[in-house]
Design a binder for this molecule. Structure first.
Ligand code: TTP
Ligand code: MG
Length: 358
């Protein structure tokens, strides 16, 4: 019998800040770019649960978060504390957390700085898996003074959905019998992989919940979404047979992005910023002791917030800054002409990321 867990830290960056600055205890905290008294142009990385009560959340423009905080202040609530944050510190904490996890399970797969799948099959029962999950939560709480939520299910899909349902400090167990029924009333957005674009497309077909999705045949979903449609057909039924890979990904990717002070279409300026970002990404790559990268991704956000990612998988793993700049600029230049920017939009943000690190 396969039993899978999914662990996800609660409000991770903000929780680390709150823990490390006792004076902030209980205050609403927003980690993200500088709000500059409401004129800031970046985004929120995350907000703690207190700040979420003001409607602040990840990926929201920081100016909007500022506005919500000001409004809360006017209503007599404490304003949010804005912190720029330190990715290096968060990855150090992340390492410690997964060292705790590693002591308790035989295999786990870290999928981001604050989450990962745990192979709990060896416990041989849901009851024992639950007891072990509680033990892991307790150890993280005692040693790292942080809380996490864990979902347990017959596969990765159900475990991930379950870990999200009762945040913060949640623990939900869904066995084979319960899982399919449990996910039926959920919104399709609860299914990992369904982002805003697929959601809009499916909404147009009248699909809002997982139950609605199940009314569509595999063929119909394939026509709508291609190969992804077939995968979705299985997911809607709670099915997923991808195994928990037994490895420890400290960093699956290294990336950085920059929001410009003013939207721009200036080729020289943007080329210069992209080169700087490449330099900084390359420094982290070296510092973290990686030897090569195989995928280069460029992100461009236009003035209307439309965001495009363009990536290239290299024929051979690369390891020089020249390689990185060359590939990044090759991906960037189509954004200055009709190929990627037919509406001649101004550019608001660029990002560089490298993946498949070794
Ligand atoms: P999440 O696990 O998505 O969020 P979270 O841990 O802050 O909150 P939750 O309790 O809902 O799990 O992401 C983990 C960290 O990744 C988060 O603390 C900050 C970072 N992050 C960003 O920088 N930008 C984003 O858009 C998101 C979603 C996360
Ligand atoms: Mg989290």
């Amino acid at each position: 019998m396969r039993i899978t867990g999914h662990l996800d830290m609660d409000a991770f960056f903000a929780a680390v800040e709150e823990r490390d600055r006792p004076r902030l205890k209980g205050r609403p905290i927003v980690v993200g770019s500088d709000p500059e008294d409401g004129r800031g142009r970046g985004v929120v990385s995350t907000a703690n649960y207190k700040a979420r009560e003001y409607g602040i959340h990840s990926a929201m423009p920081i100016s909007k978060a500022w506005e919500l905080s000001e409004k809360a202040k006017k209503d007599g609530n404490p304003p949010a504390v804005f912190i720029s944050g330190s990715h290096r510190r968060y990855s150090e904490v992340s390492k410690k957390i997964f060292q705790i996890v590693a002591k308790h399970v035989q295999a786990f797969e870290q999928t981001s700085v604050d989450e990962g799948y745990l192979d709990l099959s060896f416990t041989s029962s849901y009851k024992k898996a639950e007891t072990l999950a509680k033990k892991i939560q307790k150890e993280i709480r005692l040693k790292e003074k942080l809380t996490c939520s864990i979902g347990i299910g017959p596969n990765k899909l159900i475990a991930k959905i379950a870990s999200d349902i009762q945040k913060p400090n949640g623990l939900i167990v869904l066995n084979e019998e319960d899982a399919e029924n449990f996910i039926e009333p959920l919104s399709i957005r609860n299914i990992p992989g369904i982002g805003p674009k697929t959601e809009i497309l499916l909404n147009k077909e009248g699909i809002k919940t997982v139950k609605d999705l199940k009314k569509f045949s595999a063929e119909k979903l394939r026509t709508l979404l291609g190969k992804w449609g077939t995968i979705l057909y299985a997911k809607a039924r709670g099915q997923d047979d991808s195994p928990v890979a037994n490895y420890y990904v400290e960093a699956k990717s290294i990336g950085e992005q920059e929001t410009f002070n003013r939207d721009s279409s200036d080729l020289n300026f943007i080329t210069d910023r992209v080169k700087t970002l490449c330099g900084s990404v390359f420094n982290s790559f070296k510092k973290d002791g990686f030897k090569s990268f195989k995928i280069v991704v460029v992100t461009v956000r236009f003035s209307n917030f439309e965001t495009k990612n363009r990536s290239r998988t290299l024929a051979e793993p690369a390891n020089s800054l020249e390689n990185l700049e060359f590939e990044a600029l090759k991906l960037l230049y189509p954004f200055f002409d009709r190929r990627e920017n037919p509406q001649k939009r101004l550019i608001r943000l660029v990002g560089i990321r490298i993946e498949k690190l070794k």
